[in-house]
Design a protein around this ligand. Structure first.
Ligand code: PEP
Ligand code: MG
Length: 749
């Protein structure tokens, strides 16, 4: 039945709202209710721009979960709402959940709705926010509704502008109140660093001066000397077991990753001090906390560069000793059941905490290294990066849900929601995957595409085999350095690289890409612009001792095999040649020492910098192969830090400038007969994958878990269409036009 209503609110209806004595939130609530009634729809919500955080905040809703008011924050451009705001156009969608732009927010109760209509609120040519309507009937909103809501949005603009200003002014105050009342369900939107879901209690690992100390978490520990002795024995046993398991599963971590823990538990001075306090009448738990904190003070004074990590180890041990005081024996006595919340984290710390069964991580997302995200994926850990500082200022224990599929953290979620999430974890673990495993990728017109695996840590190679990778197109050798926080010797590297080649015979070894945002915890001086600093090949060329150790190890393991060495972040021919000279020197040294080595290694260059794009013909002629690292290429072409949350919406891999650079690279590879592959994350994006295939690229290296997905996508493609798609894309000069082209591509597949 056709809906009947006036297009415009009557003034009486509007002024009627203000006769209610309520606060701004109350007024906004009345407004959404009136709109919903007016348009005869089931749900109406208002999102307003928060100018300080530059995101859209849910300010009122009728029909959705009102607990999320003030907590749901959308990035500009995110979801259908964010898109309507960014593009200043109404968006009317017949089946919201099916729309690729649709952002599912757990617990919002949006599942019940099909139709979505989002209209931007514009005031004095400035975007204020978005009014969103939802209804359970599919295809519910007519063009008339769009017009009506647009008019309503403009009628309400003055009022909403005032409301927005007042809400922002009070924000500081409100934040404090929110923090005090964290027991209510809260929702935080961040960036997912990996996939997976974790449910557990929060464990805050703050680095603030106060936060560096261990705290007693509970009041009900058994407090006797016997309880402490038992805890010490349990802890020692657990640590030994952990260390053994670590050697099996993460052999590249090197010896004794739990060295400092083990040292402390067997140190009589340390345990003796705790015993003394207990004998003097102090509680066991307090004594542990006291002594651990005394040691933390000692370490803090030492001036040792590794001190931060040592303090964390100490706290970690204290946490274990406290947990093990408990009589209900926790066999693992570690971080199981807990979500670690930290303001910062080194890869080596992540590895340690993961080994101790941490369920998931919430990490402050500013200045977080790209390696944390890469490592989280390899370790199969749910990790979400958040930038909302208020979250990290909490100290107490809360139940958290970390949804690393959506990049969402829920604080004290409702029981029902927890159950739902726990159900999801179970089903994702038991899912065997009904789709048939594809041994190779082939387009509809019979063109074979090679899909290889990106390997970060040795255990990735098991997944590479499981998902039928055709070799590895990128071994990120720096993880070997990052997870142990030191420089492995040539001999140690020989062992690790040989192990990798035993599982996967065809590997592209990238020399270390450390420096920049990929810092080692050791002896690193901070740089102001790390991405533009001493990173990757530049680091190796300035530290030739470390570089040669690695090259010699690679040359040695390559005996009797095809050895492929790849240099990261090559700027031009000069640094590429310099790197090759050092390789030649390493060969000469091995020759002189009579050590067998591969005499004909293939040497490749990563295409990650704009400078190399301008020199692509020269590099394609000089290199044995090229590998396009789009993660960095996008960062450097657009000048957008790949790790910076604040500009993540501007990190656009399909930006016309990037697409044109990629075209130049692919054409030059063809002209110079230089093998080329893509190993950046763009290779798993179906649009970009088709674009690359259209450019003639036939080899891709992706995360092992994505291999089958990529093969299935390729099976739907046709190279002729891909060529046309790529040709059209590089002709377009704006992001918007390319997005339209991509959405048309999607409709046709
Ligand atoms: C890239 O930059 O695309 C790449 C594969 O290298 P990394 O992500 O390790 O910097
Ligand atoms: Mg890179």
């Amino acid at each position: 039945m056709e809906k009947v209503y006036d297009l415009i609110f009557s003034v009486r209806e509007l002024t009627g709202i203000f006769q209610h004595k309520t606060n701004i939130n109350g007024l906004l609530h009345l407004v959404v209710k009136v709109i919903a009634k007016h348009i005869r729809t089931e749900a109406c919500s208002i999102f307003l721009l928060d100018e300080t955080e530059n995101n859209l905040v849910l300010r009122a809703t009728a029909g959705l979960n009102s607990e999320f008011i003030g907590k749901i924050k959308l990035e500009i451009g995110e979801g259908i709402t964010g898109k309507a705001f960014k593009e200043r156009i109404p968006i009317n969608i017949a089946r919201g959940a099916m729309d690729p732009q649709f952002k599912h927010i757990p617990g919002m109760h949006e599942e019940q709705y099909e139709s979505i209509l989002a209209v931007p609120i514009i005031y004095h040519n400035k975007e204020l926010g978005v009014i969103v309507l939802e209804d359970s009937k599919a295809g519910y909103y007519t063009p008339r509704d769009v017009k009506a809501l647009t008019l309503i949005a403009s009628q309400l603009a003055t009022f909403l502008d005032n409301a927005k200003t007042l809400l922002e002014l009070r924000k500081g105050f409100k934040d404090r109140i929110n923090n005090d009342s964290l027991h209510k369900q809260q929702y935080y939107k961040g960036r997912s660093a990996s996939t997976g879901i974790a449910v557990g209690t929060s464990f805050f690992m703050s680095e603030t001066s106060k936060g560096k100390y261990l705290r007693t978490e509970r009041l009900d520990y058994p407090e006797s000397l016997e309880a402490f002795e038992l805890s010490l024995t349990r802890s020692t046993k657990q640590l030994e077991k952990l260390q053994e398991k670590m050697d099996e599963n993460l052999s590249e971590a090197g010896s004794l990753i739990f060295a400092s823990h083990l040292l402390m538990v067997s140190d009589d001075d340390f345990s003796g001090s705790i015993r003394n306090y207990i004998k003097e009448g102090e509680k066991a738990s307090k004594s542990i906390v006291k002594v651990v904190n005394e040691y933390i003070d000692l370490f803090s004074m030492s001036g040792n560069e590794n001190v931060k990590e040592k303090i964390l180890d100490l706290k970690d041990l204290g946490h274990r000793l406290l947990k093990n005081l408990s009589e209900e024996v926790v066999d693992d006595g570690d971080y199981s059941g807990q979500i670690v919340v930290a303001k910062n984290m080194l890869p080596s710390e992540l590895v340690k905490l993961a080994a101790q069964h941490t369920e998931g991580f919430v990490i402050y997302g500013v200045g977080v290294t790209s390696h944390i995200a890469i490592l989280a994926k390899s370790l199969d850990l749910p990790v979400v990066f958040l930038t909302d500082k208020s979250f990290f200022n909490q100290r107490d224990e809360y139940t958290l849900v970390v949804d690393a599929y959506q990049g969402v953290v829920l604080v004290n979620p409702e029981e029902e929601l927890i159950k739902k999430y726990l159900g999801n974890i179970d089903s994702s673990q038991t899912k065997t995957g009904s789709a048939k495993m594809l041994d190779f990728a082939e387009t509809q017109d019979g063109i074979k595409i090679k899909i290889q695996a990106n390997i970060n840590i040795l255990s990735d190679s098991q997944n590479a085999v499981k998902y039928k990778a055709e070799g590895s197109g990128l071994y990120r050798s720096e993880f070997l350095f990052l997870i142990r926080n030191n420089f492995p010797t040539e001999e140690e590297q020989v062992v690790i690289y040989s192990r990798l080649l035993d599982t996967i015979p065809d590997v592209v070894f990238r020399t270390i890409d450390i420096g920049g945002d990929k810092i080692l915890g050791i002896a690193d001086t901070k740089e102001l612009n790390p991405s533009l600093g001493l990173r990757a090949l530049r680091y190796s060329l300035k530290n030739t001792g470390i570089f040669k150790d690695q090259l010699r190890a690679l040359l040695r393991v390559g005996v009797g095999k095809e050895l492929k060495i790849l240099f990261p972040l090559v700027t031009g021919i000069d640094d590429f040649k310099k790197a090759k000279e050092i390789l030649a020197q390493s060969m000469e040294e091995l020759e002189k020492e009579g050590i067998p080595y591969n005499k004909n290694p293939k040497v490749g260059a990563m295409i990650e910098l704009p400078s190399i794009v301008y020199l692509i013909d020269e590099i394609a002629a000089a290199a044995d192969f090229m590998s396009v690292g789009t993660n960095d290429l996008v960062q450097y072409i657009l000048g957008i830090d790949r790790t910076n949350e604040k500009v993540k919406d501007l990190y656009i891999p399909y930006h016309p400038a990037v697409l044109r650079a990629l075209k130049m690279v692919a054409e030059s590879a063809k002209k110079n007969n230089c093998p080329i592959s893509v190993c950046g994350d763009t290779a798993v994006d179906p649009d970009l994958l088709e674009f690359f295939i259209g450019l003639g690229i036939r080899t891709f290296s992706v995360e092992p878990r994505m291999i089958q997905f990529v093969r299935r996508e390729i099976a739907r493609m046709n190279t002729e269409n891909a060529v046309r798609f790529a040709e059209k894309a590089v002709d377009l000069g704006t992001v918007r036009e390319i997005e339209v082209l991509m959405s048309e591509r999607m409709k046709n597949t």
